[in-house]
Design a protein around this ligand. Structure first.
Ligand SMILES: [Zn+2]
Length: 738
């Protein structure tokens, strides 16, 4: 063994050097999936090249493999030493990834190299070609032909999901795929032995006879893994997602794939959002997708993670042949619109991949056209932060390039490029942007380079008055969220958080009893873990276990989210006085710009004496109730909209007098605004376009008159959507009858 180690010491040196080179760089300098990918690739090459130029005999090859396995201890140690300056809270997970990624790569890389050695020919060239086929073939097959956001690879192990998903763990799929790599290695070694035996001395042939059972077994196992690869989670064809979701509803331009639980009326509501956005974007961009668009709608993040690898990220894989988006059911309309913009911009993207060299242009366009959030616009957020050295928002030219965009903080990148593209659209129109989009060559199309355009944009923002009263506060809060590269322990998910994720997964499956016990386990590990305590309290309140809710909340630090629930608990216990005192405290700590939250607090205050209404803040009543005050109407209406019963919601909301904001003070407006918002939403969802239009127009007038620009922008969107819906409702109803 010692002689073998000495003979291939160059490999050991390369592996060690590879790990040491990673030391200065964030994320890859700690032992985890990213560094494992780098070392696995190096291990593949060092073992493969050594084997392709090494001993011909099986005994010699065994020694070579053994030496290369031992050498893995060097990068493992180097990435352990880095703990001294780069904390790695997920070290055990890192070790697991290291072993699972590097060992099989050593085996298969070595097996391919050895086969080349025995077959003869030009060893280095043949090994390089074989590697390129495995590497590029695997990547192209997974990512160019399948709607999946992960890829496993025999060379480097695998990338398990999009950049923004922080929770990276060793799943069963990782084990299955690495088993597959080992099986391929075994098959190849057995074939090489057989091939050598065919021309070698008799003794070898005899030994191969024993191994002959191994050959068909390995081949069979490999075949079975490929056959069940969608189930095992190592490859995801579109048909598999459709089959697992189970529901399919069509409209003029869209195929909506949704869960079996969603009925046709609800599916048509989603399609009406998409058709509306389609018309709006076609008008603004002057192009439309050349083919029908597939919308994959997932009931919860865990289903999407299981099927596509993306848990927290909504995605539009623009490079696939069919235009498509993969979105969660309960995201705001703006998120659906954002992904749909990506589908539209495929039409003027780069050949083949349909993207833009300037990632910032791609995301900026989606932000610019996604529609209002109800909060300060990108122009307002960036404009108010222009001089702030903490965020450096004006450096938009750098953020257009991939490294600048993804290397920085997400919210800063998205919002500043969004504002910049909005400016380009308003100032120069959509045609020149379409022509610039693919290659990002500003000079050839705008007649000036990106820096002078960025300069124009900045002067525009400086000359413009920030109109939203809440711009600065919102921007500071959003822009302060650190990027993956700034996080102390990227990827680390502590056990108490894992239990919370388990609970959310169980809740998505409708199993609140098991979810409760998972939350109890989370809180047993860390009693002051607020996210778990809040979810537990919500379930407990719905189940009438008020004391349990109270106990969990009493362990965590005071926040508005906690105190609002404690106020509700007091109200449910019949102590309205205590509830009102608590709510007053909360009101003082909620940001002034959080208009929805502040409106809801006022509504809460009005219903503290009515325990049925307080419960409706958590769960919709099964039977509609008669209401007498606007606050009650809002509580029930909101619950029914969330529960997917817009027609019932509308009945409740319109059974009280419509608010007359002209005479109202600020508090009155906050409640009225909420009524307008929930009522127009309910009317749109219930297919009552005319009513939605009159409510939204009224709301828009009132918001404008009061100078509430953020709400005015939101209601303008409702007006457009309702106007659109009233012109096409005939078509939608026709689709329903088909
Ligand atoms: Zn996007």
């Amino acid at each position: 063994m010692w002689r073998a180690l000495k003979r291939w010491r160059a490999s050991g040196f390369i592996l060690l050097l590879g790990a040491v080179v990673l030391w200065p760089f964030p994320v890859v300098r700690i032992l985890h999936v990213e560094s494992a990918i780098v070392i696995a690739t190096l291990a593949w090459f060092t073992t493969g090249v050594a084997a392709a130029t090494g001993p011909r005999s099986l005994g010699g090859f065994r020694k070579l493999l053994g030496a290369h396995v031992v050498y893995l201890a060097l990068p493992l140690s180097a990435l352990t030493v880095s703990l001294a300056w780069a904390p790695n809270c997920a070290y055990p997970t890192g070790v697991a990834f290291f072993v699972l990624y590097t060992l099989p790569s050593v085996f298969l890389g070595g097996a391919i190299g050895h086969a080349i050695r025995v077959q003869g020919g030009r060893p280095i060239l043949s090994f390089a070609l074989a590697t390129a086929a495995v590497l590029v073939g695997g990547l192209a097959y997974d990512l160019a032909l399948h709607p999946q956001f992960y890829t496993f690879n025999h060379v480097f192990g695998g990338v398990l999901g999009p950049l923004y998903d922080e929770d990276v763990t060793v799943t069963a799929a990782v084990l299955w795929f690495r088993l597959l790599t080992c099986l391929w290695a075994a098959l190849l070694i057995l074939l090489t032995m057989r091939w050598r035996a065919g021309r070698g001395p008799r003794a070898v042939t005899k030994r191969v006879g024993v191994h002959a059972i191994g050959l068909p077994s390995a081949a069979l196992a490999i075949g079975l893994i490929y056959l069940f690869s969608p189930r095992l989670g190592i490859n995801t064809p579109a048909w598999f997602i459709r089959q697992e979701l189970g529901g399919h509803t069509k409209s003029e331009h869209f195929d909506l794939y949704h869960s079996k639980e969603m009925d046709e009326a609800e599916a048509l509501q989603f399609l009406s959002i998409y058709e509306y956005q389609y018309d709006r974007l076609a008008g603004q961009l002057g192009v439309a997708p050349a083919r029908r668009v597939a919308v994959y709608l997932y009931p919860d993040p865990f289903t999407r993670e299981r099927l596509t690898g993306a848990r927290v990220t909504n995605v539009a894989p623009i490079w696939l042949r069919q235009p498509q988006v993969h979105v969660l059911e309960d995201v705001p309309e703006r998120v659906h619109a954002h992904e749909l913009v990506h589908v539209f911009s495929r039409e003027f993207g780069l050949p083949l991949v349909k993207a833009s060299f300037a990632v910032g242009l791609m995301e900026g366009l989606a932000v610019a056209l996604e529609g209002p959030s109800g909060g300060p616009s990108p122009h307002d957020q960036v404009g108010t932060m222009l001089g702030d050295p903490r965020f450096d928002v004006s450096d938009v030219a750098t953020r257009l390039a991939p490294s600048g965009f993804w290397g920085g903080r997400g919210a800063v990148s998205y919002t500043s490029t969004g504002s910049f593209v909005q400016f380009l659209l308003d100032e120069y129109g959509s045609e020149v942007l379409r022509r610039t989009y693919a290659f990002g060559r500003f000079r050839s199309h705008y007649g000036k380079d990106v820096h002078s355009l960025a300069h124009e944009w900045e002067s525009f923002l400086r000359s413009r008055e920030v109109v939203s009263a809440f711009a600065a506060r919102t921007a500071v809060q959003r822009f302060s969220i650190p990027s993956l590269f700034e996080v102390r322990c990227p990827h680390y998910v502590p056990p108490y958080r894992k239990r919370l994720l388990d609970a959310q997964r169980l809740l998505a499956d409708g199993d609140s009893t098991s979810a409760m016990s998972s939350l109890e386990r989370s809180l047993a590990l860390r009693p002051d873990y607020a996210p778990a305590a809040l979810v537990l309290a919500d379930i407990a309140i719905v189940r009438d276990e008020i004391d349990r809710a109270n106990e969990a909340l009493s362990q965590i630090a005071p926040t508005p989210a906690r105190d609002v629930r404690l106020a509700d608990i007091s109200a449910l216990r019949g102590d309205s006085e205590q509830a009102l005192i608590r709510l007053e405290d909360v009101e003082r700590s909620v940001p002034r710009g959080a208009l929805d939250s502040r409106g809801l607090l006022l509504v809460r205050r009005a219903v503290t004496g009515d325990s049925a209404a307080v419960r409706a803040l958590y769960v919709a009543p099964s039977q509609p109730r008669a209401v007498s005050t606007p606050s009650e109407a809002l509580v029930y209406g909101r619950a029914l909209v969330v529960d997917g019963r817009p027609a019932e919601a509308l009945q409740v909301l319109t059974s009280v007098d419509k608010p007359e904001p002209a005479q109202l003070d600020e508090a009155g407006w906050l409640v009225a605004r909420l009524w307008f918002r929930i009522t127009s939403e309910a009317a749109l969802r219930a297919g009552e376009a005319a009513l939605a239009l009159s409510v939204a127009e009224d709301a828009h007038r009132q918001a404008t008159a009061r100078g509430d620009v953020d709400s005015a922008a939101l209601f303008a969107h409702y007006v457009h959507r309702a106007r659109w819906a009233s012109t096409v409702m005939g078509d939608v109803n026709q689709t329903r009858r088909e």
